[in-house]
Design a protein. Structure first.
Length: 117
């Protein structure tokens, strides 16, 4: 079998917009507010389906650690292909460049992290 690479962002977006609609394994719905708490309480007695990420008209993704421009473009293209009309908002701690990635991989001493002392 040939080895292949599938970016994590691609896996997550394809899981969200999978036509079979299984409950996403890596994404959890957190209920808040009185009405959501009541629905959660009643779900013990009757079948109440949790909201699915693909049900909403806006998809918000926050990447901790950074994202590249090509990953942003890939996510926008995937969402447009799977569900046209959905607005995608991508937030990140930093916008990574090829120089940043090489620096993070090879120039950072991972055994002695900078903890600000």
């Amino acid at each position: 079998m040939e080895a292949s690479y599938k970016p994590l962002m691609k896996q997550v977006v394809e899981e969200i917009y999978n036509p079979d609609r299984p409950d996403p394994v890596d994404i959890e719905h957190m209920s808040s507010g009185l009405t959501d708490l009541l629905k959660t309480g009643f779900s013990m007695f009757m079948k109440v389906s949790r909201p699915h990420p693909s049900d909403h008209p806006i998809l918000v993704i926050f990447m901790v650690g950074g994202i590249t421009v090509s990953e942003v473009r890939m996510v926008k293209d995937l969402v447009a292909a799977h569900k046209p009309g959905v607005e995608v908002i991508i937030l990140s701690t930093t916008l990574l460049t090829p120089h940043n990635i090489l620096e993070l991989l090879f120039a950072t001493d991972c055994l002695k992290p900078d903890i600000g002392i």
